[in-house]
Design a protein around this ligand. Structure first.
Ligand code: XMP
Length: 322
């Protein structure tokens, strides 16, 4: 198992780092092509910019619509990158992901189903058909730590699990951000000219909204948690917290609507203060803000009768629920 040497954000010489990574990518890919999937998260956005700097149009960038993304994500990402001179192709794959997730309730099995669908079926097929030998990916050190420690299988960590992507999937993976944590990645993104709204974005996990549904992931549940996440992002962005999210619980609870019993849904809100996602504490959000949030969620998210705010720290919690 290869050891990765951490580069801390305060010790990071951003320009030297960019120069070194651009060189490494250029040398590895040579005159060929590379491919990457852009989700719009900070890590994949920074990798896209690095790859574009190194390879120009020889980097093919795809947005995979897995049906699990946040509201408006696809349009926004295609637009922002278009403005930066990076063409993003959209690949529709919603049905494949929902089919793969059908009937699965165990969190690690859900992660595995997403990984397999992404790397073997959807993206792997694309890479094989394109003839590109390299896949650029935004794995960061926190992803590796948690996978190696057996806490969560981060969907983009292979070498550390002893999986050879070339043998398993037929292509090599380049991971230029692997020595950094989120704070370092943001610095690199800023230096690469990403718009502020992109490099300061709150983190969003690889398994996307599937990481925020407890139990089986269905189209309907994703629709519910998507609206709730939109409301939470709108109401909590003013906190300046590291990350905030809405989670859809599996259990229903008794509620009442229009003087009738309503066996309704529960949304849990989490808002985290953290530097690098390794440890985190719940943000002391004012009760007025929580009050507004709850009112909007029960009004705007169909079927919700209960809204709770998480007050446990990581550890023992993790930031996402899956
Ligand atoms: P947890 O839930 O492990 O999350 O405390 C720590 C940070 O990592 C994000 N996260 C992921 N990021 N792929 C990613 O790229 C993943 O599979 C994944 N799972 C969690 C999470 O949003 C938080 O910022």
């Amino acid at each position: 198992m290869a050891q990765v040497k951490e580069v801390k954000a305060d010790q990071l010489d951003v320009n030297a780092f960019i120069e070194e990574k651009v060189k490494e990518i250029s040398q590895a890919v040579g005159s060929g092509e590379a491919i990457n999937a852009l989700s719009g998260g900070v890590d994949s956005s920074v990798v896209t910019m690095l790859g574009h700097k190194a390879l120009g149009s020889r980097l093919k960038t795809y947005f995979i619509n897995n049906g699990l993304m946040r509201e408006g994500e696809q349009e926004q990402i295609v637009d922002v990158f278009d403005g930066l001179g990076v063409k993003v192709e959209v690949l529709e794959a919603q049905d494949k992901f929902f089919n793969a997730l059908r009937g699965i309730t165990d969190p690690e099995e859900k992660r595995e189903a997403i990984t397999q669908t992404f790397y073997k079926d959807v993206f792997g097929k694309l890479v094989r058909e394109s003839g590109a030998k390299y896949l650029l990916q935004g794995t960061i050190l926190t992803d590796i730590d948690e996978t190696v420690a057996g806490i969560k299988r981060q969907h983009n960590v292979f070498e550390q699990l002893g999986i050879d992507p070339e043998k398993t999937f037929g292509y090599k993976i380049l991971e230029p951000l692997v020595q950094l944590r989120k704070d370092g990645v943001r610095k690199v993104g800023q230096a690469l000219g990403l718009p502020r709204q992109m490099f300061t974005r709150i983190p969003f996990p690889g398994p996307a909204l599937a990481a925020r549904v407890i139990g089986e992931v269905t189209k309907e549940k994703i629709k519910t948690v998507r609206v709730a996440n939109k409301v939470v992002e709108e109401e909590l962005s003013s906190t300046g917290a590291f990350q905030y999210m809405a989670i859809l619980h599996e259990d229903r609870v008794t509620g009442m609507r229009d003087n009738k019993r309503d066996f309704g849904l529960q949304i849990e809100v989490r808002c985290w203060d953290s530097v690098d996602a390794r440890v985190a504490t719940p943000t002391k959000v004012s009760f007025d803000v929580l009050d507004t949030l709850a009112k909007r969620i029960v009004k705007e998210v169909p079927g919700v009768v209960s809204v709770t705010y998480n007050i446990a720290t990581k550890p023992p919690s993790t930031m996402e629920v899956v």
